[in-house]
Design a protein around this ligand. Structure first.
Ligand SMILES: NC(=O)c1ccc[n+]([C@@H]2O[C@H](COP(=O)([O-])OP(=O)(O)OC[C@H]3O[C@@H](n4cnc5c(N)ncnc54)[C@H](O)[C@@H]3O)[C@@H](O)[C@H]2O)c1
Length: 314
């Protein structure tokens, strides 16, 4: 099988490339290396085809899509810092770029999986969050919500193309996904904490640390994506993909320090000091993963301690 992975030099995309190469499939990566890196895929040199390019390049995306049997659309602008610092470029990639990729898949009638996000649900206080739950987001002028809005538009385009043109698309809403190769540069909390702990530097919590998340190991997430991609019965559906075991950010920091046997201390800083204007945090975000469990029998396998050890390389 020939698999096209947009954003394949990124964190999740490169793990997907590993999975499909291991299965003996031919993988082509399309990436502009904005947040992705050559190091993420260096070990696959000679085993994959790499195309340095942008998902907004219609001719290039159509050419690569035509050659593929399966498209995994992972390319996006993400990370709180990226979204707040480059809002227009981020919206362009996430809206226009996704439209180009979806239209190409529709034109050549290719199976496609799109990576959406738990950010879709915004600040909906209902927990755990199920696929049919409402989006509750702030005003458009609060720029952090543009990532959620863009992904919602992408999902809506996918649904419309499925309805109107029978596009064989399935949407995965990834909750906090973590593991090796994820960079802390763009505001992701787990790599940021682990890197600080390994250097015995302070772990800085933004806010009071009572906000909570559920983390999923990237190996579990890519298994979910590949299983979904191989299951035609769930074309047109939307699935939460997330871990189990809610943890506060304060408890996460303590767990990282204990697991890495670090001398680090925990410090606190306000959101206004940590982020540019326009940031608003979400207090809790817990996935309801019963739909994917029942549909394809997937469940996360790695707990938080295993995840931290894997990221720390210990
Ligand atoms: N990591 C998470 O916790 C998480 C959670 C929810 C959703 N997601 C989604 O999963 C997907 C992969 O995320 P990730 O964590 O691997 O992030 P990442 O930043 O590591 O990967 C994104 C990749 O897309 C590439 N890219 C960005 N703009 C591009 C463009 N215009 N043209 C071509 N390539 C471009 C980047 O260079 C990078 O390699 C994204 O769609 C993201 O929104 C991730």
């Amino acid at each position: 099988m020939r698999v096209l992975i947009t954003g394949g030099a990124g964190f999740i995309g490169s793990h997907l490339a590993d999975l499909y190469v291991a299965k003996g499939d031919h993988v082509t990566i399309l990436d502009n290396f904005s947040t992705g890196s050559k190091e993420n895929i260096a070990h696959l040199s000679g085993k994959i085809t790499t195309q340095d390019g942008d998902i907004r390049n219609v001719d290039l995306v159509e050419k690569l899509t035509k050659e593929a049997d399966l498209v995994l659309h992972m390319a996006a602008a993400l990370g709180v810092n990226t979204i707040l610092e480059s809002p227009l470029e981020s919206m362009s990639t996430n809206i226009t770029g996704s439209e180009v990729v979806l239209n190409a898949a529709a034109k050549f009638n290719k199976r496609i999986i799109i990576a959406s996000t738990s950010e879709i649900y915004g600040k909906n206080p209902k927990q755990p969050l199920s696929e049919g739950d409402d989006r509750v987001v702030g005003a458009p002028q609060k720029i952090r919500w543009t990532y959620s809005d863009a992904k919602a538009i992408e999902e809506a385009m996918a649904t419309a193309l499925h309805t109107q043109s029978k596009l064989p698309v399935t949407t995965v809403r990834l909750f906090n996904t973590v593991g090796p190769r994820q960079t802390g540069r763009y505001g992701m909390v787990v790599p940021r904490f682990v890197q600080a702990a390994l250097k015995n530097e302070a772990l800085t919590i933004y806010g009071d640390g009572t906000q909570s998340r559920v983390f999923c190991h990237v190996n579990d997430a890519v298994t979910a994506i590949a299983t979904i991609a191989a299951t035609d019965a769930i074309i047109g559906e939307v699935f939460n993909v997330g871990g189990s075991g809610e943890v506060s950010i304060k408890a996460l920091a303590e767990k990282v320090i204990a697991t890495t046997e670090s001398q680090s201390l925990i410090t606190y800083t306000s959101y206004s000091d940590a982020y540019p204007a326009g940031f608003e945090d979400i207090q809790r975000r817990v996935p309801d993963i019963s739909k994917i469990k029942h549909s394809i029998g997937w469940a996360p396998t790695k707990n938080l301690e295993a995840i931290i050890k894997d990221i720390a390389g210990i």
